[in-house]
Design a protein. Structure first.
Length: 285
């Protein structure tokens, strides 16, 4: 639930910020007449995201176990790729997000109402589809085949918090350093994504696509029972599995080490260069 709350908060804040920036810019430039077109595009994006989430949830139910595991594992790995791209993209462009959106909206306004609808649809829809896919993958990794309202509740609370924060920022009641926010949440999501990747690999092993299902790297089920509160907490936050295969462990390490290293270097590795001290003028006699 905690991991899904964070995903919902981060992804929801991205989408809510996009909407608030676009709305504020139309109001500021005196183009309130285009607000219905903007909201229409946002509504289509939200509906498409919900439909995509429903398709992911209910679509594979009539398939065989192996087919469901193959689809689940493949989509989990795709979700990890998307969330990794999103982590680096937002850490890099958070400070320029407002200017980029306003520039695109200027072009859409010049082209007419239909262009504004399409611009809002694409801007919000991309965030919505990414959110639906990663929340689905995260919930599947957390609950497995069991139905559990916890991940859905966590995601809903995260999205609601994001909408509230965006509204408060729009009203000027709250100021948030977006670069710092996306940097720290990105750091946490690297580990969440690694857990989803590990679970995706396990799904592909159960589907018979990848080998090594019975070759365990470790099994700490007796020390960390899956039903215990701390086992549930580790599972809910980091998708930790007490019984982990060698292939899962290799995939987790192969993802975390390079991604975390690059993310830390690109996010916190920039140092202000020390200005050179001019050489003293030669003494005159």
């Amino acid at each position: 639930m905690v991991a899904n709350y964070l995903i919902g908060l981060r992804e929801g804040l991205e989408a809510a910020l996009v909407v608030s920036i676009l709305v504020a810019y139309l109001v500021k430039t005196g183009r309130r007449d285009l607000l219905p077109a903007l909201w229409f595009g946002v509504g289509i994006a939200v509906a498409a995201s919900l439909a995509f989430g429903a398709l992911l949830t209910f679509g594979p139910q009539g398939l065989s176990f192996e087919a469901q595991e193959a689809i689940g594992g493949s989509l989990s790995i795709i979700a990890v790729g998307l969330i990794t791209w999103m982590i680096f993209w937002m850490a890099k462009t958070a400070r320029h997000l407002k200017g980029n959106l306003q520039h695109k909206l200027d072009d859409a306004i010049a082209a007419g109402k239909k262009a504004v609808i399409v611009m809002a649809l694409l801007s919000v829809g991309r965030e919505g589809l990414e959110t639906a896919l990663f929340l689905w993958a995260g919930a599947k990794a957390t609950t497995g085949a069991d139905s559990n309202a916890g991940p859905l509740l966590g995601a809903a609370l995260g999205i609601a918090t994001a909408v509230l924060l965006a509204w408060l920022m729009y009203r000027g009641a709250v100021k948030l350093n977006l670069r710092v926010f996306f940097a720290w949440t990105g750091l946490f999501l690297v580990f969440v994504a690694a857990g989803v990747l590990s679970y995706g690999v396990h799904d592909l092993q159960e589907a018979g696509i990848l080998p090594g299902l019975n070759n365990l790297a470790f099994d700490v089920s007796s020390t960390v029972p899956p039903s215990s509160w701390y086992g549930t907490l580790l599972k809910g936050i980091f998708n930790f599995t007490p019984a982990t295969t060698w292939l899962q462990l290799v995939a987790w390490v192969a993802y975390v080490v390079p991604v975390l290293t690059i993310f830390i270097r690109t996010t916190w590795g920039h140092h202000t260069p020390v200005p050179a001290v001019p050489a003293p003028a030669p003494a005159t006699v």
